[in-house]
Design a protein around this ligand. Structure first.
Ligand SMILES: *[C@@H]1O[C@H](CO)[C@@H](O)[C@H](O)[C@H]1NC(C)=O
Ligand SMILES: *[C@@H]1O[C@H](CO)[C@@H](O)[C@H](O)[C@H]1NC(C)=O
Ligand SMILES: *[C@@H]1O[C@H](CO)[C@@H](O)[C@H](O)[C@H]1NC(C)=O
Ligand SMILES: *[C@@H]1O[C@H](CO)[C@@H](O)[C@H](O)[C@H]1NC(C)=O
Ligand SMILES: *[C@@H]1O[C@H](CO)[C@@H](O)[C@H](O)[C@H]1NC(C)=O
Ligand SMILES: *[C@@H]1O[C@H](CO)[C@@H](O)[C@H](O)[C@H]1NC(C)=O
Ligand SMILES: *[C@@H]1O[C@H](CO)[C@@H](O)[C@H](O)[C@H]1NC(C)=O
Ligand SMILES: *[C@@H]1O[C@H](CO)[C@@H](O)[C@H](O)[C@H]1NC(C)=O
Ligand SMILES: *[C@@H]1O[C@H](CO)[C@@H](O)[C@H](O)[C@H]1NC(C)=O
Ligand SMILES: *[C@@H]1O[C@H](CO)[C@@H](O)[C@H](O)[C@H]1NC(C)=O
Length: 437
């Protein structure tokens, strides 16, 4: 009994921590232009090295990719995780074929880290996707409900939906399983076809409110809308879709960059002179750089004295600045924290966090404002303060945060304040400051 209780507590604690600030995942795949990827492996090496895994759907598994091609992709991807998309309708995909797909993926060597069901959701298929030949070291493989956000007629929480299933049905399925996964033709995004944007934002928000995962697809397909042939400016529209989700409290846990039914956008190259190319690997290249950062393009420093400017990696435990305590109660020491984006093209939805180590009861009251708005509680939170909307770090710009130290006691209680900057929520810290006060 005691063991069981401990296990339950352990699970709760770890999953809470995970949802607080987990690194975003990025999966990449391509349905039509697989040959372009396999014959030009040197043109998308950054993506191979850095994505979290390979995205593949049931049609590809059944009809497009040979086992040899799957093996070739397996060798190219550094991370051996696969996201397998199936279809709930047995007329589209007989249940047995999912077993075959799982067996083939396993035989090649892939770990299946996510699965999804398009066109509905059934318990029978969930049994297979979640548990069939569960060689992955997890309780079950996560299985998400895939939907087209343009069919939600707006907000998944409030509107009825246009089908194939009602929004109420989608909500119930998402609640029942591991989360939501979207289909995402960017042609629809560009013209906001049937309020696809509100649909996509609200689906992410709904899943997050239930503590479930949300995966959003970016793909260059017009999906037969007569007024829209296919996505032309794939990269530009894709970047605006990423920023739109971030700016609307709908940053997903996973970006899926996947092409199907539209070969007009090339798969490679991923970059031209280090700028993302207008290709599907180029879209993944942008998403990865936006998440992980380009070294030395994000700088956190104190404007007064330029403390920490151009210093990105330091000796651990060295102190950047000391605020002396021999001052009367009521003294304020005000500084400006600068967050600079030196990149010529890359924007960041960066995350800044501050916490104290050492003596927990400081004699300073520390507060932070940005443009006059108090962000003290955000910055002290696990999720930190995120630079989105008007605060987004645009290329070649600097954002300022005012930090105020207000002396509240004469007791000398030294502590170290650590301020950390990450290029994105949950990403590795790329610059920090240590202030002794
Ligand atoms: C590969 O990606 C998965 C998520 O897709 C992650 O859990 C895992 O840590 C990654 N593995 C490595 C070696 O980076
Ligand atoms: C799981 O897959 C492995 C490798 O393909 C196979 O050897 C094993 O028999 C399978 N187990 C079950 C229970 O299907
Ligand atoms: C698959 O995941 C397991 C743990 O979940 C790990 O031990 C194994 O190395 C992974 N396989 C590959 C090919 O990465
Ligand atoms: C989700 O399911 C639980 C029962 O498993 C239920 O109590 C809860 O009300 C549901 N939430 C929503 C939003 O449907
Ligand atoms: C969708 O509706 C919910 C519940 O009313 C609301 O909290 C959320 O902000 C809405 N999302 C969007 C994108 O409008
Ligand atoms: C779609 O393509 C057809 C044929 O190329 C063209 O005539 C039409 O103008 C295109 N429509 C749009 C909205 O681009
Ligand atoms: C992106 O590529 C498509 C297809 O080749 C092309 O039509 C479009 O003009 C390109 N957009 C940009 C911004 O280069
Ligand atoms: C506390 O900080 C002051 C500088 O403000 C320093 O002189 C002193 O040695 C520190 N005391 C301790 C115990 O670290
Ligand atoms: C922020 O600090 C600067 C200089 O330190 C000051 O001019 C400005 O008024 C401050 N802004 C706010 C909102 O406190
Ligand atoms: C220092 O910052 C605090 C908090 O923002 C503010 O109330 C105070 O006026 C500032 N003092 C000076 C001298 O700028």
């Amino acid at each position: 009994m005691k063991m069981l209780l401990l296990v339950v507590i352990y699970w709760t604690v770890t999953s809470f921590v995970a949802s607080a600030s987990t690194k975003q995942r990025i999966y990449y795949g391509e349905a039509e232009l697989v040959q372009q990827l396999l014959t030009n492996p040197s043109q998308w090496m950054y993506v191979q090295e850095n994505v979290d895994g390979f995205y593949v759907n049931f049609i590809e598994m059944d009809d497009i990719l040979t086992v040899d091609e799957l093996s070739d992709f397996f060798k190219l991807f550094k991370n051996k995780s696969a996201y397998y998309e199936s279809d709930a309708d047995p007329h589209h995909q007989p249940l047995e074929k999912d077993k075959t797909a799982i067996d083939v993926l396993h035989r090649v060597g892939w770990n299946i880290t996510y699965t999804s069901q398009n066109y509905g959701w059934t318990v029978e298929r969930d049994e297979i996707l979640g548990y069939y030949n569960l060689t992955e070291h997890v309780r079950r493989r996560p299985d998400c409900v895939q939907l087209g956000p343009w069919t939600l007629s707006g907000n998944i929480s409030n509107n009825a939906g246009t089908g194939p299933y009602s929004n109420a049905q989608y909500r119930a399925w998402i609640n029942q399983t591991d989360g939501v996964s979207t289909d995402g033709p960017l042609g629809f995004w560009q013209i906001n076809f049937q309020q696809v944007r509100e649909g996509s934002y609200s689906a992410v928000q709904f899943a997050h409110r239930l503590g479930k995962s949300a995966a959003v697809m970016l793909c260059p397909y017009g999906a037969g809308v007569p007024t829209y042939n296919s996505t032309r400016d794939f990269l530009t529209v894709g970047i605006s879709a990423i920023q739109g989700h971030e700016d609307n409290d709908a940053d997903p846990d996973i970006w899926i960059i996947f092409e199907y039914a539209d070969s007009s956008i090339p798969a490679v190259p991923e970059q031209i002179n280090d700028y993302p190319a207008n290709s599907t690997t180029g879209m993944a290249f942008y998403a990865l750089k936006h998440r992980d950062g380009i070294p030395k393009t994000l700088d956190l420093y104190i404007d007064e004295g330029k403390v920490g400017q151009y210093v990105f990696v330091r000796e651990s435990n060295s102190v950047d600045m000391t605020i002396h305590s021999n001052v009367p109660v009521g003294t304020a020491r005000n500084y400006t924290l600068q967050v600079a984006d030196y990149s010529s093209w890359l924007d960041y939805a960066a995350q800044i966090r501050a916490f104290a180590i050492g003596n927990p009861t400081s004699a300073w009251k520390i507060s932070y404002t940005i443009d006059g708005v108090d962000i003290t509680s955000d910055i002290g939170n696990t999720d930190g303060f995120v630079f989105v909307r008007k605060n987004r770090l645009q290329p070649k710009t600097i954002q300022s945060i005012n930090i105020s130290f207000f002396r509240t006691s004469t007791i000398v209680n030294n502590m170290t304040l650590i301020i950390e900057l990450s290029p994105h929520r949950g990403s590795a810290v790329i610059d920090s400051l240590r202030i002794l006060c």
